[in-house]
Design a protein around this ligand. Structure first.
Ligand code: UFG
Length: 330
């Protein structure tokens, strides 16, 4: 059985579906503060609860034979982390140490950790590889880097075997149309553009037009959530069947798109014209983040399959079918 914390969230729910499709048994632990019960595949066991609830973790680890943990449960908004840093250190760092302590107590020694390219900060080279120095520029990135460092110490001290996956910008939805991206409020670029094109908002804001990039807007490496999910399965297999691991992999596509290019791609797929407004830079935003995923290809035999067009198309399909997201269906 695999424990997935945060399995009712956007990325977690997609990984849960792929785990089940590949024959793994799954228990999801999620407090449903930002996740949705309807996002969790009916084949998974569901526990509503917090990762810092030690008695609940003990019960869960005593009830199920957990072979490995995938830890998604976290706050994940760069801008919010700048204005509410304690929220990030409390939930992403302190709460995670409670989960780790419970894992050590119950001798559960395999962990996949959701990390982020926000650990790199504002890099001075174009394509980021895992050996670069990590100098995060926002509390969100720092909170994830702290756990990466804690995991290294635990792996030295105990049996723990772990893989940190540094996601670039997750996008798109499972082609089934049953699960997709749903945040309240939504702050991410692709869903914001698509929700605007669906008529939900009056305009789409571009945060900063004075970055050192060809069109002045921020460049990100967008990766389909099912490509991310596939990487999780490969990483889990490495943990379960390979040698002890204490490592980190970038997950991106190696191609960057600017905010303006994303808006254009959304207009092309939907056939609708966006009403664009220019706004100030959002604090904590680096100008350009693009992955080298060569290490994941070499060691996990992973490579991304979905294009930007696939991401926008599957996301558009999801938003069209669920214009109010999950809650309106309750
Ligand atoms: N942006 C806009 N307008 C919007 C929303 C976003 O211009 O309405 C811009 C942002 O300023 C940024 C880019 O679009 O330059 C992408 O922003 P997102 O909010 O979609 O994504 P972020 O890059 O800020 O952060 C996301 C996740 C993090 C993860 C990070 C890795 O939220 O968890 O990707 O880059 F760490």
């Amino acid at each position: 059985m695999i424990l997935v914390t945060g399995g009712a969230g956007y990325i977690g729910s997609h990984v849960v579906k792929q785990l089940l499709d590949r024959g793994f048994e799954v228990v999801v632990l999620d407090n449903l503060l930002t996740g949705y019960r309807q996002a969790v595949d009916v084949r998974a066991v569901f526990w509503q609860g917090n990762i810092q609830d030690e008695p609940a973790l003990d019960r869960l680890f005593e009830t199920y034979q957990i072979e490995g943990v995938m830890h998604f449960a976290a706050h994940c908004l760069v801008g919010e982390s700048v204005v509410q840093p304690l929220k990030y250190y409390e939930n992403n760092v302190a709460a995670t140490t409670v989960l780790l302590k419970a894992m050590m107590r119950h001798r559960i020694a395999k962990l996949i950790f959701s990390s982020t390219c926000a650990t790199y900060g504002v890099p001075d080279i174009g394509i980021l590889h895992e050996e670069l120095p990590t100098r995060p520029v926002n509390p969100y990135g720092r909170s994830k880097l702290m756990i990466e460092q804690i995991l290294r110490d635990l792996a030295d001290a105990y049996e723990l075997s772990f893989i940190c996956l540094r996601y670039f910008n997750a996008a798109g939805a499972n082609p089934s149309g049953v699960i997709g991206e749903c945040h309240e409020p939504e702050t991410h670029l692709i869903p914001n553009v698509l929700l605007h094109l669906l008529g939900k908002t009056t305009h789409i804001s571009i945060f900063g037009e004075d970055y050192d990039t060809p069109d002045g807007t921020c460049i990100r490496d967008y990766i389909h959530v099912d490509d991310l999910s596939n990487a999780h399965i490969l990483a889990l297999q490495q943990l379960l069947y390979g040698e002890k691991s204490a490592t980190v992999y970038n997950l991106g596509t190696g191609t960057g798109y600017s905010v303006k290019e994303i808006i254009k791609a959304c207009e092309a797929i939907t056939g609708k014209k966006a009403n664009v407004a220019f706004a100030d830079r959002r604090s904590g935003d680096p100008g350009r983040l693009v992955a080298s995923y060569e290490k994941a290809t070499r060691e996990l035999e992973w490579k991304p399959e979905y294009s930007l067009e696939d991401m926008v198309r599957t996301a558009w399909e999801w938003h069209r079918r669920h214009p109010g997201g999950y809650p309106s269906e309750q």
